[in-house]
Design a protein around this ligand. Sequence first.
Ligand SMILES: Cc1ncc(COP(=O)(O)O)c(C=O)c1O
Length: 373
Amino acid sequence: MKKCAPKIRLSSPWFGDEEIAAVSRVLCSNRISMGNEVKQFECELHSFFGRKDTNISCVSSCTAAIQLAIQASGFVHGDEILVPTYTFVATFQAITAAGTRPVPCDIDLDDGFINIDDARSRTTGKTTAILPVLFAGCDGKIGRLQQFAEDYGLKIIEDAAHSFGDENISLRNSILCFSFDAIKNISCGDGGAILTPDDEIAEKIKDIRLLGVIGDTDRRFNGERSWDFDVTEQGWRYHMNDLSAAIGRAQLAKFQAIKQIRCSIARTYVDRLAHLNHVRLLPINFRTAVPHIFPIIIKNGKRDELKRYLERNGIETGVQYKPNHLLSFFNLGYDLPKAMELYNSILSIPIHPLLSESDVIFIIECIKKFFYD
Ligand SMILES: Cc1ncc(COP(=O)(O)O)c(C=O)c1O
């Protein structure tokens, strides 16, 4: 059968006149590297998170954010980090890029969160941190994870790539890593941010995001460049640039509208799909979360057939994610059955600000038709 090109996209950024004006402003200024726009974006994010005792550092991606957070926490080669296998490969690559070792753990089937008992069973004398992934924004078990981390003396670094805008999240004391890539809740094109209440770690992140040049952030924010400087450790070119920051600022300014649209689509899906026999939904906390992806779990073994059916109807879908322990680079013979079960039954359906109400209804009707016609 001839395959149709997808007409309804799985995800999309929402750019308009505000972002075009922001990019033009920076291009016209002839200063596009890290400078005033990044400074302003960090200030605005600080106000957005509403917490005085925290530090924000903007970087080039969430992958970079995780790597820098690990390095700045002082973890070194050979340290082991507990991480759910069920995440985008970026999480794992960031851990190995920092020289540390990801230890893939199984997940809970209800929400994709790292299974604490499995993590405990994989803890060794080399384990220094746990890196939960807030899959689809689900963080209902974070309290249990915090207790486990405290009991074992582990640091927590959260992969919050899916969770920008969640009101709960900025209240935590862990290091939080956000993504502003093309399709996240706000987008800079590509970008990320690290939130931490630890001043020392924040200071270090600011240096190592700029090739390890000590104190370079302040100089760049003042429109200067260092010529006589020192470097005391490995650094990276992971800072955010002013073009990306300007786009991020425009997105942040319209975040309430983005939130309203994403939440409204997700609520419609919940209202109309939750009662279907063959479908299970994740326990997203709608009081605080802003859904970035909307996965549904197909209980009758027909995930692949449904995927093909929706695609024939012009609806793009996704399978998020292929567990990392299946990838040659990270496969050390792990058996993680719950992650496999989720992988074989999950399907992400479209959610983004450019979806119309009729698109959403059409998607729902197609899913119902597939199961019941
Ligand atoms: C769970 C998760 N972690 C990390 C990342 C990496 O984010 P970035 O593309 O900003 O590096 C992503 C991106 O999709 C993600 O979904």
